[in-house]
Design a protein around this ligand. Structure first.
Ligand code: SF4
Length: 347
């Protein structure tokens, strides 16, 4: 008999499954909360369940998280984790320690179909969606790794879906993962501490706003349709005006803002005129802008903008009243920086 993998079930679905085994409803929350406690790997550890119940669960269900197969540390403190999946596929998550907080960047797919021209993940193509358990498992494993290594006293504070894959192209699994991550008896992250980043899938942006309260980040990189379409093929389907309209209507409480990511590429999107057009197009959208100097990788055709050019770009946006940060590249020496995650997939 096929065992049910409990890591793919929301609290509601887990409860329904247990009820289908003839168990009372309250067992749902009890088993669910055990699954997400630190270092629980076997039903036998769920000590307040009767022996009979633990045996029933072991016979009908299973739960396993992806194994951390490799850990690489950057000189700047960034840590990249390689996960081996059950079917020998491979995915990656990146821990970014900062003053007073630790952010984990998680993956949502193996590879990616979106083919953004500046991204190594895009260059390997799409292999498959990650299951909810494989998404949440990255968080579970890194949390347990931190407990084992005593590495960071604060544990994990923030999650960003900016690793391999386009999270909104794996929408159903993303929603289940978000449910588990934010359940108090699950991993108990506040939605304010979770950011989902997209290359611009407009219908799913609208749905995400309807169904969750997580933060939205948009990989923008240009507001000129011809330049953006060259960099990001998705722009041909959902052009700039449609994307920005969805952002304008994204439901947000006061003080919350959309984060626009903008990779600066030499002579492509980094002129003062580009900055002025960006300022004009974003008018009326509560937002912050992150400028990311391009990480040059072997085989990629683009070059990084000069520091002077980056500063001019930032100043033009400041002048227009925007909050703009130049985000220093973290983990470039271990290929963990933005757009560099491809790791074992390329080998
Ligand atoms: S930038 Fe994101 S959406 Fe684009 S190819 Fe890379 S992983 Fe996919």
């Amino acid at each position: 008999m096929n065992k049910k993998d409990l890591t793919n079930l929301s609290l509601l679905c887990l409860t329904e499954f247990l009820v289908s085994l003839g168990l009372p409803k309250y067992r749902g929350i009890q088993v669910f909360s055990w699954l997400y406690r630190p270092k629980i790997t076997d039903f036998s550890q769920m000590t307040d369940l009767s022996k009979e119940l633990r045996e029933t669960l072991a016979a009908r269900a299973c739960f396993t998280w992806p194994q951390i197969a490799e850990v690489e540390r950057s000189q700047d403190g960034t840590v990249k984790y390689g996960f081996k999946l059950d079917d020998d596929n491979y995915t990656e998550a990146v821990l970014i320690p900062e003053e007073g907080r630790n952010t984990l960047c998680v993956s949502s797919q193996v590879g990616c179909a979106m083919a953004c021209g500046f991204c190594l993940t895009g260059s390997i193509g799409f292999r498959r969606n990650l299951t909810p358990g494989e998404i949440v498992g990255q968080v579970v494993r890194v949390r347990d790794w931190l407990l084992d290594t005593n590495d960071l006293s604060n544990g994990l504070n923030n999650l960003v879906f900016m690793g391999m894959g386009e999270p909104l192209a794996n929408f159903d699994n993303l929603l289940i993962a978000l449910d588990i991550l934010t359940q108090q008896r699950g991993l108990d992250f506040s939605e304010r501490r979770i950011t989902v980043s997209t290359c611009g899938l407009v219908p799913q942006i609208i749905e995400l706003g309807r169904k969750t309260k997580v933060n939205l980040a948009v990989s923008l990189h240009s507001v000129d349709n011809s330049t953006r379409s060259k960099l990001m093929p998705i722009n041909k389907k959902y052009p700039v005006a449609e994307l920005l309209e969805a952002c304008r209507n994204f439901p947000m409480p006061k003080r919350k803002r959309i984060m626009f990511e903008y990779i600066l590429i030499k002579d492509l999107n980094d002129s003062e005129a580009d900055a002025e057009l960006l300022a004009q197009k974003l008018k009326g959208i509560p937002c912050k802008i992150n400028l990311l100097p391009y990480n040059e990788s072997a085989g990629q055709p683009f070059k990084r903008s000069s520091d002077a050019r980056i500063e001019l770009f930032q100043k033009a946006l400041w002048k227009a009243g925007y909050t703009v940060l130049i985000r220093s590249s973290r983990g470039a020496d271990i290929s963990a920086a933005c757009g560099q995650l491809a790791g074992k997939m390329n080998s």
